[in-house]
Design a protein around this ligand. Structure first.
Ligand code: ZN
Ligand code: ZN
Length: 218
């Protein structure tokens, strides 16, 4: 397990437990939980709350609760299978199990598209209103300063980046809302790979990224 310093917030955990998040946010929550004992335990307490809600109103909640059970069964099933078959491969893998399902493989299987400045991305096929993408930021590279019209969650899978909110390494998740403008910079020494989920386009401060934005789809 990684040492994780930046975790999911209650809103995302509760939404996940209730089954009300867009698919892209379900993916990033499931991926973080598969790496983080602390958030998995917190999710357990929200599930317990969800269970008591079922007793009060048994219309919509049971369906959400079983959908959650399916996801958790997939996650724990995948890690159990790994333990039995390939104890070494787990160490060598960059993507946790929930992400492997979406990519259809690991880092080497990603079909990257250039965003300029050496930065690459790959949009994942999650559907729904929110967008999930993988980001590849070369070591030492600075992303353009930007703000957010909605919510942006960024989970580090390899390397690390820093911005005004701190340093984020493998397993850490940054949750940025409309109050944060930031300029993430990847650490020197290793390229940074992240899973980033947004529910609205980003707001760029500089004019060049703003002009390129409609073409790049970010
Ligand atoms: Zn966590
Ligand atoms: Zn951002």
């Amino acid at each position: 397990m990684e040492t994780i310093n930046h975790h999911l917030n209650d809103t995302l955990l509760m939404g996940y437990a209730a089954g009300t998040l867009p698919e892209a946010f379900n993916l990033i929550v499931a991926t973080h939980i598969s790496m983080c004992d602390e958030c998995r335990a917190r999710l357990g307490s929200f599930e317990a709350v969800g269970g008591s809600l079922i007793e009060d109103a048994d219309a919509a909640v049971p369906m959400a609760s079983s959908a959650l059970g399916d996801v958790m069964a997939r996650i724990s099933g995948a890690s159990r299978a790994d333990d039995i078959r390939l104890p070494v491969a787990r160490e060598a893998r960059t993507f946790p199990a929930p992400l492997v399902d979406y990519v259809g493989g690991d880092l080497a299987d990603v079909k990257w598209r250039s965003l300029g400045g050496g930065v690459r991305h790959a949009v994942l096929n999650t559907g729904g209103k929110a967008t999930a993408r993988l980001l590849h930021i070369p070591a030492g590279t600075k992303l353009p300063e930007h703000g957010h019209k909605g919510l942006e969650a960024t989970l580090v899978l390899q390397g690390a980046f820093s911005d005004a909110d701190g340093r984020f390494a493998r397993g850490d998740i940054e949750i940025a809302g409309e109050d944060l403008d930031h300029t993430p910079v990847a650490d020197e020494g290793e390229d940074c790979i992240c899973l980033a989920v947004t529910d609205a386009p980003l707001k760029f401060s500089g004019w060049i990224p703003r002009i390129a934005q409609p073409f790049l789809g970010i």
